[in-house]
Design a protein around this ligand. Structure first.
Ligand SMILES: NC(=O)c1ccc[n+]([C@@H]2O[C@H](COP(=O)([O-])OP(=O)(O)OC[C@H]3O[C@@H](n4cnc5c(N)ncnc54)[C@H](OP(=O)(O)O)[C@@H]3O)[C@@H](O)[C@H]2O)c1
Length: 338
């Protein structure tokens, strides 16, 4: 358990990455009570300096003693690193908030979105998992609907930004776009196909059931966070040539009837949601508008006329913020509150 203090020693593991960088900014912007910030990455980044609150901090590499004296560690260095180092950190008395997929479905590890299931933080044993980016924004939108009308089934299609794959993928989209506009051949290293000016219905590995791992994460993580295994979810996850901000088309079937206005009113009063829904003015959430913002934006709220009790939503959020860094820092804020 975290001892109450005025300020905490915080670590970011994977500090040089797309999410790690954002974590440093979010800690600073939200004035998280940081006594000292320690930054870790791979040997490639040893000695690199990053800015926090006006100071240059050097990036360190990890060793068995790295977590001594650290109160909270935000991990964002991939599942393999989390598998090895999160238990080492927890053993040193540090609370780990892990962004990777490594611990999410472990029954002994809570998987938390603070607006949805903050109560699950009570039973952590040193490691808390941050859900997948596409799941976080979806469950924030589903929660008020589930509480009011009980969700039976969700059909979701995602349109996910390349920053969801990390820094190298952002570089690849930029490079391919530049090369194509210069009439040069493109190189594909991160994705199996050209991502510039293209759409790939493939995120993470394919599984035996024909779905991808990303799609099945959305199924299993949603049920765990919502604490309801009876919610049926089917997902198609798609990578699009957008730098930042995931968009999702979500169809929800509920037990109780909700009108579009009732759904809009439930969503508009839920913490962390902004409604942007004025089709007569061509107003609906767009990834370009939400990049760098904290909320989950919901628009195109309408009844599904093909079933008795159905609602369609268009949900957009910044995957690096609410989908990763912000959610992790909000978990840390919940921990220090109690
Ligand atoms: N991007 C998103 O929207 C998002 C959302 C939710 C969750 N996540 C998860 O967050 C994690 C990081 O994603 P990302 O997008 O930030 O990836 P990224 O941009 O590729 O960054 C990876 C980070 O991990 C560090 N790292 C690699 N090997 C390491 C090692 N042996 N020891 C210590 N650090 C090491 C890298 O350091 P170097 O710079 O030194 O290589 C870098 O700081 C992944 O598990 C991902 O699944 C990402």
């Amino acid at each position: 358990m975290l001892k109450k203090k005025n300020k905490y020693v915080v670590a970011v593991v994977g500090a040089t990455g797309a999410v790690g960088n954002e974590m440093i900014s979010v800690l600073e912007e939200r004035d998280f009570p940081v006594e000292k910030l320690r930054l870790f990455a791979s040997e490639r980044s040893e000695g690199v300096t990053l800015q926090f609150e006006g100071s240059d901090l050097s990036v360190e590499t990890l060793n068995e003693g790295s977590f001594k004296g650290i109160d909270i560690a935000l991990f964002s260095a991939g599942a393999e690193r989390s598998k090895i180092w999160a238990p080492v950190a927890a053993k040193s008395g540090c609370i780990v908030i892990d962004n990777s997929s490594q611990w999410r479905m472990d029954p002994a590890v809570p998987l938390v979105v603070p607006e949805v299931n903050p109560q699950d933080l009570k039973w952590h044993k040193g490691i808390i998992a941050n859900p997948n980016c596409s799941t976080i924004q979806m469950v924030v939108a589903l929660k008020p609907i589930h509480d009011a009308a009980r969700i039976k089934r969700v059909v979701v299609t995602t349109f996910q930004a390349v920053s969801g794959t990390g820094k190298k993928a952002m570089d690849e989209l930029l490079q391919q776009t530049t090369d194509l506009l210069s009439f040069k051949d493109v190189q594909c290293a991160v994705y199996p196909h050209q991502i510039a000016f293209n759409v790939l219905p493939h995120i993470d590995k394919f599984l035996e059931n024909g779905y991808t791992k990303e799609e099945m994460k959305m199924v299993h993580e949603t049920q765990k966070i919502m604490g309801d295994k009876s919610i049926r979810v089917t997902a198609t996850t798609v990578r699009v040539p957008v730098f930042r901000g995931h968009s999702e088309s979500i169809n929800v079937e509920t037990e109780k009837k909700l009108t579009a206005n009732e759904a809009r009113s439930l969503l508009s009063t839920f913490p962390g949601i902004s409604i942007f829904d004025a089709p007569e003015k061509n107003a609906y959430p767009l990834p370009l508008q939400v990049a760098g913002k904290d909320d989950v934006y919901v628009g195109r709220i309408r009844e599904d006329e093909s079933i008795e009790n159905g609602i369609n939503l268009w949900v957009v959020s910044d995957n690096l913020r609410k989908g990763a860094a912000l959610n992790a820092v909000q978990i840390a804020e919940e921990l220090i509150k109690h």
